[in-house]
Write a protein that binds this ligand. Structure first.
Ligand SMILES: [Zn+2]
Ligand SMILES: [Zn+2]
Length: 434
C-alpha cells in the first residue's frame, strides 16, 4: 500500500504539503509552503528518514515558502524548474525579511535548497527511487507552474497543485489530455464555489474604466500580487493598446524583470517584452515623490494593501474623487483591501513615536472609486468539475479536495460524491492508504 499524508492546506488556503510514502517506506514531499493564519504558518513536520526527493508545483509562498526547513540536515534532490526556483528564492527572501515570525530556517537553508535543485522539464518522467517516478505537467496557473504525476508501487497519483483551465495572457491552460488512468487525484478547491466572469468582457471593461478615469484627470492604483498578476495586468493593457503612462513599483517590478530571463516559461515572450516596454519601473524614493502627482496607472504590490510599495501611492489616491483603486486579485477576509471594498475605508496604523497613549488607527474614508476585477489564475467550480470529468480513473480511485476554505473543500468533495466519485476533504495530519 502507498500512504498519503496531508501536511497542510486542508480546509484552508496556505501551507501546502503532501507526503507520499511507498510500500517500502521511501518518501517524497510535494510542496512545503507557508500559511497565512497567525498560529498556523508551517505545514506539519516530517520525519525525513528515507526522504528521496522534494518536488514543487510553483513559486507562490503557500507552496514554496517553507521548503528550506526540509534542508536543515538533509541533502535530497529538489525537483523544480528554473523560473520556479528563481521566483521562490525572491519570495522566500522577502518573507524572511518582512515577517516577524520565526520560520525555523534562514538564508543558509535557502542556499542549501538552491544547491540541491534539479530541473525537470514538463513531460519527462524522473525516477526518484525504485518504482517511484514523478512527471511535471503544465498547470496553467502562473509561469512555470506544474501539476505532478507520481507513479509509485504501480499506482498513479495526480496532484493538481493550483490549476487554471482557461487561457490567460501569460500562460497556456492546463489539460487532462495525454494523462494516464489514475488511482488518486489530489485537487485544489480555491474557487470550487465560484463562477468567474467572462474573461474577454472583463478585460475590456477594465481597460475602458481605466481610460475613462485617466482622461478625466484621475489616477489609477492597481494593488497587484507581485507574481503573475502584475504581469497579466501589463499584458491586458498592452492588448487593448493602452498608451498612457504606467508605473510599476515594489516586488512587482522585480518579478516583471526576472520573468525576462525565462522565455520558455511565458506564453509569448515577444508580446511580454513589448508590454513591459510600455511601463516605467520605479525603485528610487526620489522618483516616487514626483510621479505620485501624475495622472497615471500605478501597479504595485502588495495586492491586499498589507504593506509594500503600494502604500506610497495609496494616501493621495484614497482622498481623490477623480481617481480609482482597482483590485485584480482576491482579497482575503479581514485584509485591508477587503475592508476597503466592503466598508469603504482604510485604517492607517498610528506612528508610535509621537502619540504613545493613542494606538487606535487613523481611518481614511475613500473618496475615490474602488472595484474588484476577478482576473483569477485558478479554475472556477465548473472548470474544476470539467477537469475531474476529463480524467480517466481506475476502479476504486479516490479524489481528495484540498487548498480551499472549509466550505469550498467540503462542498466540492460532496458534489463529487454525488457524481459517483469516491471523494473526501481531508483534515490536516490525516493519512490515507491507496
Ligand atoms: Zn498559486
Ligand atoms: Zn496556492
Amino acid at each position: 500500500m502507498t500512504k498519503i499524508t496531508f501536511l497542510g492546506s486542508c480546509r484552508e488556503i496556505g501551507r501546502a504539503g503532501i507526503l507520499i510514502t511507498s510500500n517500502n517506506g521511501r518518501k517524497c514531499i510535494l510542496d512545503y509552503g507557508i500559511g497565512f493564519q497567525k498560529d498556523a504558518r508551517l505545514p506539519l513536520p516530517v520525519n525525513i528518514k528515507n526522504l528521496k526527493g522534494v518536488a514543487l508545483t510553483h513559486a507562490h509562498v503557500d507552496h514554496s515558502g517553507a521548503l528550506p526547513k526540509l534542508y536543515k540536515e538533509k541533502q535530497v534532490p529538489f525537483y523544480t524548474n528554473p523560473i520556479s526556483l528563481r521566483i521562490s528564492e525572491i519570495l522566500i527572501k522577502d518573507s524572511l525579511n518582512i515577517s516577524k515570525y520565526n520560520f525555523q530556517f534562514g538564508y543558509r537553508e535557502l542556499e542549501k535548497l538552491r544547491n540541491n535543485a534539479w530541473f525537470l522539464e514538463e513531460g519527462i518522467r524522473q525516477k526518484i527511487d525504485e518504482n517511484f517516478y514523478i512527471t511535471f505537467i503544465n498547470a496553467g496557473h502562473i509561469p512555470g507552474s506544474v501539476s505532478i504525476l507520481i507513479e509509485v508501487d504501480g499506482k498513479n497519483i495526480l496532484y493538481s497543485g493550483d490549476i487554471n483551465t482557461q487561457n490567460t495572457n501569460l500562460c497556456f491552460p492546463t489539460s487532462t489530455e495525454n494523462l494516464p488512468p489514475i488511482d488518486c487525484l489530489i485537487i485544489e478547491s480555491t474557487y470550487a464555489l465560484k463562477t468567474h466572469p467572462n474573461r474577454e468582457m472583463l478585460e475590456k471593461n477594465f481597460v475602458d474604466k481605466i481610460s475613462n478615469v485617466i482622461s478625466n484627470g484621475g489616477k489609477i492604483l492597481i494593488p497587484a500580487f507581485a507574481v503573475a498578476r502584475s504581469q497579466e495586468v501589463l499584458l491586458i493593457l498592452h492588448k487593448y493598446n493602452y498608451n498612457d503612462q504606467i508605473y510599476v513599483d515594489g516586488l512587482s517590478r522585480k518579478i516583471c524583470t526576472s520573468y525576462l530571463n525565462y522565455p520558455e516559461a511565458l506564453k509569448d515572450y515577444k508580446i511580454y517584452k513589448k508590454a513591459l516596454k510600455k511601463a516605467k519601473f520605479i525603485s528610487r524614493q526620489i522618483d516616487r515623490g514626483s510621479i505620485k502627482k501624475e495622472n497615471a496607472v500605478f501597479i504595485a504590490s502588495s495586492g491586499m494593501l498589507k504593506g509594500g510599495a503600494v502604500m506610497e501611492y495609496l494616501k493621495t489616491i484614497l482622498r481623490d474623487p477623480l481617481s480609482a483603486i482597482y483590485f485584480v486579485g482576491y482579497q482575503v477576509e479581514d485584509s485591508p483591501g477587503r475592508t476597503l471594498l466592503d466598508k469603504g475605508y482604510f485604517d492607517y496604523k498610528r506612528d508610535h513615536g509621537s502619540v504613545v497613549e493613542d494606538l487606535s488607527p487613523i481611518r481614511v474614508v475613500a473618496k475615490c472609486d474602488y472595484e474588484y476585477f476577478d482576473f483569477s489564475s485558478h479554475a472556477d467550480g465548473t472548470q474544476l468539475l470539467e477537469y475531474v470529468n476529463g480524467l480517466k480513473f481506475r476502479d476504486g480511485s479516490q479524489v481528495f479536495c484540498i487548498h480551499g476554505d472549509e466550505k469550498s473543500t467540503t462542498r466540492f468533495s460532496s458534489s463529487l460524491v454525488k457524481k459517483g466519485y469516491n471523494s473526501v476533504a481531508p483534515e490536516i495530519g490525516e493519512e490515507y492508504m491507496i
